[in-house]
Design a protein around this ligand. Structure first.
Ligand SMILES: C[S@@+](CC[C@H](N)C(=O)[O-])C[C@H]1O[C@@H](n2cnc3c(N)ncnc32)[C@H](O)[C@@H]1O
Length: 224
């Protein structure tokens, strides 16, 4: 799909989500103008890093209303899985995908990321995560899902030195390696994004996934 078509279909998707949002809470953003920037433009900010990943399946972790997953799926044409444990959200996303006729390319997984890692290990070439967890937890959740050479692209609103340091302390233990950090200002002139990309370079030294919720609630500490 060319980018103009991807943009057009993404806008139709956004309309369906904003309409559904009047009945079910999918996103806190209700204005169309704001959503254009914070959902569509923001989703595409990670494209340069995503396009550098090897060919293959793409997954959006903690996808919620389908962002950045759906605009990225449309822009890249990759087979896509949107992962979220809240079944009600995924049911709405599924019906929007069906309405747009893109349900074959883009599917949903209604469950925990940790469960997906058990049933479909090492099956994704690229993953994204926006507003899901701290970087260290994202590395832990993504590592068992990625093929070697696969890339995790994290969308961060605020990235502190401390959060980056925590992630860097556990990256090699999880078989991951930082490859890039890029700061972007969105067109509203006030929303800053930091795109942080990690590559899967080897096996995790820790058995993954740990029990449900552990990555987010009980972060790994570097091994002595
Ligand atoms: C704050 S929302 C962000 C949604 C979307 N990525 C965005 O930026 O608009 C975080 C989502 O992650 C989901 N989530 C959190 N931890 C999860 C896990 N371990 N497995 C699956 N979904 C998870 C939540 O249900 C929620 O919908």
């Amino acid at each position: 799909m060319d980018f103009a078509r991807a943009e057009n279909t993404s806008r139709r998707y956004l309309d369906l989500i904003l309409e559904a949002n009047k009945r079910t809470n999918l996103t806190r953003i209700t204005s169309r103008e704001e959503a254009e920037i914070l959902h569509l433009e923001d989703s595409w900010v990670g494209l340069p890093e995503i396009n550098r990943a090897p060919a293959g399946r793409y997954g959006d972790l903690g996808s919620g209303g389908g962002f950045p997953g759906v605009p990225i799926a449309l822009a890249t044409g990759r087979e896509t899985v949107l992962v979220d444990s809240v079944k009600k959200k995924m049911a709405i996303v599924d019906s929007a995908l069906d309405e747009l006729g893109i349900g074959e390319q883009v599917s949903t997984y209604r469950g925990r990321i940790e469960e997906l890692a058990l049933s479909q290990p090492q099956s994704f070439s690229v993953l994204t995560a926006r507003a899901l967890a701290r970087l260290g937890a994202l590395l832990e959740l993504a590592s068992p899902l990625l093929v070697k050479g696969g890339v995790l692209v994290c969308y961060k609103a605020q990235l502190s030195e401390e959060e980056l340091k925590e992630a860097r302390c556990v990256e090699s233990m999880l078989g991951m390696r930082l490859i890039s950090i890029r700061e972007v200002m969105l067109s509203d002139g006030e929303t800053k994004r930091t795109i942080v990309a990690f590559e899967k370079v080897g096996k995790s030294l820790v058995k993954l996934p740990r029990r449900i919720g552990a990555a987010q609630r009980n972060p790994l500490k570097p091994q002595k």
